[in-house]
Design a protein around this ligand. Structure first.
Ligand code: GDP
Length: 204
């Protein structure tokens, strides 16, 4: 998919205030510092579209970006930031939960995982929650340039293995990406494009 246009539309904390247009929507979420803003900027080839976090945990908003006038890319706040208060965490959980449960336009969530890390409880629990609610999601491994190709393979295999040895019978779709080298960019965009095409052919 070629990115012809990418514009910021609106930021808010209320699912009710998200754009009303019935366009397919793809949400990006992950722990703070996972490389979400960098990935969004690489995908859209717009350097400053998503603000790369100087201070993680700062951008606690649901950010909508309209891409090619026909789908929304949604930048959700990073979770698992230790320095936010309990109350902030609760509020955050409530509006993110609301977003996932109520947002009709949501087609797929991309859960970002730093490829160098071992499976973390917070990510596994989050994916388990999505799966339990029937929300389609895929895993996007980030920062692949930090590892050698052979190590990438073993890391991915062991991560997926950890998932399937838990509650999952089958691993979700996954992508290996690097915002620095652009690895995985085309594949990820084509994945979105294919879903968009199938939706247009069989509108709900
Ligand atoms: P966010 O908090 O998830 O939005 O993460 P950012 O996009 O702000 O990135 C966090 C840090 O990781 C920054 O220092 C980035 O430069 C770095 N980073 C993000 N993506 C990559 C990547 O693909 N490769 C490398 N080497 N560093 C990355």
């Amino acid at each position: 998919m070629k990115i012809k246009s990418a514009q910021f539309v609106v930021s808010n904390t209320r699912v009710e205030k998200c754009p009303q247009e019935p366009l397919p929507e793809y949400a990006f979420i992950g722990r703070s510092n996972v490389g979400k803003s960098s990935l969004i900027n690489t995908l859209t080839q717009r350097k400053g579209l998503a603000k790369t976090s100087g201070r993680p945990g700062k951008t606690q908003l649901i950010n909508h970006f309209k891409i090619n006038e026909n789908w929304f890319l949604v930048d959700l706040p990073g979770y698992g930031y230790a320095r936010v208060s309990k109350k902030e965490k609760k509020t955050f959980q409530k509006y993110i939960t609301d977003y996932f449960l109520k947002r009709q336009q949501l087609v797929n969530a991309f859960v970002l995982i730093d490829i160098r890390h071992e499976p973390q409880k917070i990510d596994l629990e989050f994916m388990e929650w999505l799966g339990g609610k029937g929300i389609p999601f895929s895993i996007v491994f980030t920062k692949a340039d930090k590892l050698k190709p052979v190590v990438i393979e073993t890391q991915v295999a062991s991560y997926l293995n950890a998932l399937t040895s838990g509650v999952w019978e089958e691993a979700p779709p996954h992508f290996v990406t690097s915002s620095q080298s652009g690895l995985g960019r085309e594949t990820l965009l084509n994945y979105i494009d294919n879903i968009n095409r199938s939706i247009r052919q069989n509108p709900v």
